[in-house]
Design a protein around this ligand. Sequence first.
Ligand code: 9UX
Length: 72
Amino acid sequence: STQICRIHVRGMTCTSCSSTIESALQSLHGVHKARVALTTEEAEVCYDPKIVTHNHFMSAIEETGFEAVLIS
Ligand code: 9UX
């Protein structure tokens, strides 16, 4: 099954910021698709909940140096 997680990302100022985060999320096992929008400051992750959870997404974002707040 596929689940969707939305995260508010604080601190992005350019498209390289959003691309870095997008790559970090996409590299996680169990992630089908990840998009990070600079303008809305939002990350959307489609994933297999049996393999990975939103905690992994939060950690991956914060490891890139940005602040993550779970939306849903
Ligand atoms: Mo752009 Mo983001 O020059 O950390 S990569 S500001």
